[in-house]
Design a protein around this ligand. Structure first.
Ligand code: SF4
Length: 287
């Protein structure tokens, strides 16, 4: 097998794909530790043959135990930082002022450079939809299509979300869609905690203005930063959870995950049916 180059784009892509897979399963607790340079040492060219009667000294291999022992420089894995508390809920805004109140939040965000994600973004993706929506979807963050357009969920995942909304008997314009972070993370990686914690207060303020009856968290990142709790997705799904402002939180898979594993669509549909029951919706008749 050729040696793995840890700096290559292929290796990074493979690691991203694997981490995303774990995250979709609800496994999100990873830590980074300095890599032992011995593990990544490139193979050396063979030594020139020595014309000698005495046998060549054998190369001293790295003792296997040394590869796994803790080096003197290795630090203890720091304990997980507690999540900062969600900002206090703001006062209700009359429905006819929701649009203006959302615009105020957008104006306050401005050309934001509050976190590192500002560096790589083209367009900030604030949110989209009905300021008086009863149903709100919250995703993780913009992807390439969203970064280019400035609108949430417009790529392939967005098309699937549109289909999910239509299956509920609604139009996209009748719901509100936003993300935990408003700028695209590089290579669509999961937002870092400091990025999500810096940006999510704006999301909470959007929620406090809109005051939806139901919030559907799309995927692990959304539910983690909405609730401040890390649990496997399976522990969240299937029931409603009380949320700020009297809203009910429902958790389902992110559309990007459903594109990768279409077998899970039936489970996502079961989650959306919980939302429909809460909203008193009946699915449109099949044509
Ligand atoms: S992700 Fe949020 S906090 Fe970070 S730069 Fe963008 S708008 Fe600002």
């Amino acid at each position: 097998m050729p040696p793995i180059d840890p700096t290559s784009q292929a290796t990074r892509d493979a690691v991203h794909a694997r981490l995303r897979f774990y995250r979709d399963l609800g496994i999100g607790e990873f830590y980074r530790r300095e890599v032992d340079p011995v593990l990544w040492a490139q193979p050396q060219p063979p030594a020139p043959e020595i014309q000698s009667q005495s046998p060549a000294p054998a190369a001293s291999p790295v003792p296997p135990a040394a590869l796994f022992s803790q080096s003197a420089e290795e630090t203890e894995i720091p304990p997980r930082k507690p999540f900062p508390a969600a900002p206090p809920q703001s006062e209700p805004v009359p429905p006819e002022q929701h649009f203006a109140a959302l615009k105020l939040i957008r104006d306050e965000i401005g050309d934001c450079t509050r976190c590192a994600l500002a560096k790589g973004r083209n367009k900030l993706v604030f949110g989209d939809g009905d300021p008086n929506a009863k149903l709100m979807f919250v995703g993780e963050g913009p992807g390439a299509d969203e970064d280019a357009s400035g609108l949430p969920f417009v790529g392939r995942g967005g098309q699937l979300l549109n289909n999910m909304i239509a299956a509920m008997g609604l139009k996209r314009e009748q719901v509100y869609i936003a993300n935990v972070v408003k700028c695209r993370p590089p290579n669509n990686r999961t937002p870092e905690p400091d990025e999500a914690h810096t940006c999510s207060p704006f999301l909470f303020r959007q929620i406090d203005v809109i005051r939806p009856q139901i919030i559907v968290a799309l995927g692990q990142t959304a539910v983690t930063y909405l609730t401040g709790e890390k649990r496997a997705l399976s522990a969240w799904r299937g029931v409603t959870h009380p949320f700020r402002g009297g809203a009910k939180l429902i958790v389902t898979y992110h559309p990007a995950f459903l594109l990768r594993d279409p077998n899970q669509k039936k489970h996502a549909w079961a989650d959306l049916q919980i939302a429909m029951r809460e909203l008193g919706l009946t699915p449109p008749a099949r044509k």
